[in-house]
Design a protein around this ligand. Structure first.
Ligand SMILES: Nc1ncnc2c1ncn2[C@@H]1O[C@H](COP(=O)(O)OP(=O)(O)OP(=O)(O)O)[C@@H](O)[C@H]1O
Ligand SMILES: [Mg+2]
Length: 308
């Protein structure tokens, strides 16, 4: 499957200062991809480069295979985006706003407009003036507007900023629907980890303009997924225990950390593992699932960056 968005070794320098360094990731069709980082990490700067609003210092960004720098017209055709606030005419109705923007794109496709109003749950208020809309409703109309020309990639910078929990839930639901039903690739930025965990298939974590990690939620969290399980046999016996467990479970991932052995194992196989370790002559001081959450890893990763 070819990527819709490819960020290739992108650097951004502003007045001698490295704002973005060596950024590299890609987004596939049908995927909701998160772009997570604290304030000032470089999310908006990167998004501005993706949509051709800011020059790229070095590296390139490809949209459906087209360079935003070298083939701007072809690349931008595949993008629908809301960067900063969506431009709306408050004195026009929701529907008239969409008709207006469709006209600017060339032609008005009423069917597409109806479909989008339905998708973002605004059909019942389509004859109302945008002036009377709540923030969440305007946000949704903005997304409908961004999708008018049937782009392959939707880019939203902090789409849930300022929304209440119900608004956030709605954004999440229709972004998922778009990705699943239309095969759209969606890139959303946020500084909230909890939001990314709920909304995205995968997400990149950036800090100070650098990529820290890419989390794939499609592999984690399944029913019978191996989970990290920590076993403490005492520091002197650790090496020996690692050997023995590796021999017995050659296919499982086994690590040493914090003077403990960590094995990635399915829950139902834990009792047999513990019995085996004890029968092999080791004393068990502690054995538990390693419940380190993504939040911990996120904070750990970002604080490591700061101290380096
Ligand atoms: N035009 C500019 N001139 C100088 N520095 C800039 C410029 N634009 C952005 N920066 C700096 O680049 C860094 C990244 O900013 P950016 O707005 O991309 O962060 P962000 O991740 O979107 O943050 P937020 O969560 O606050 O929206 C910041 O340190 C910012 O001060
Ligand atoms: Mg920003």
């Amino acid at each position: 499957m070819s990527s819709i968005l490819e960020v290739n070794d992108v650097h951004k320098r502003i007045r001698g200062k490295e704002i973005i360094q060596d950024l590299k990731f890609s987004v596939e069709p049908g995927e909701v991809f998160g772009f997570l980082g604290p304030n000032g990490a470089g999310k908006t700067t990167t998004i501005r480069m993706m949509v051709g609003l800011a020059p790229i210092t070095s590296g390139d960004i490809l949209i459906d295979g087209y360079s935003i720098q070298k083939s701007y017209a072809k690349a931008i055709k595949q993008i629908g985006a809301i960067v900063e606030n969506p431009e709306m005419y408050n004195h026009l109705t929701a529907e008239k706003n969409l008709i207006h923007f469709a006209r600017m794109n060339g032609k008005v496709d009423q069917e597409r407009i109806d479909e989008l109003l339905e998708l973002v749950k605004l059909e019942h208020v389509k004859k109302k003036k945008v002036r009377t809309f709540s923030l969440g409703m305007k946000q949704r109309l903005g997304i409908a507007q961004a999708l008018l020309h049937r782009p392959k990639l939707l880019i939203l910078d902090e789409p849930t900023n300022g929304l209440d929990p119900e608004g956030i839930r709605m954004v999440r639901a229709y972004l998922r629907r778009l990705a699943e039903e239309e095969g759209l690739a969606v890139l959303v930025s946020s500084h909230l980890l909890s939001e990314m965990e709920l909304m995205c298939d995968r997400f990149a974590i950036i800090q100070d303009g650098k990529l820290i990690s890419i989390e794939d939620q499609r592999v984690a969290g399944g029913e019978n997924q191996p989970l990290p399980y920590q076993i403490d046999v005492g520091p002197e016996k650790l090496e020996a225990a690692v050997q023995v467990v590796k021999e017995a479970y050659p296919d499982l991932k086994i690590e040493e950390a914090d003077q403990r052995l960590t094995i990635y194992i399915e829950k139902e196989n834990v009792p047999a593992l513990l019995r085996y370790v004890m029968e092999a002559g080791f004393d068990l001081y502690e054995a538990r699932e390693d419940k380190q959450t993504l939040e911990d890893r996120f904070l750990q990763a970002t604080s490591k960056e700061e101290s380096s």
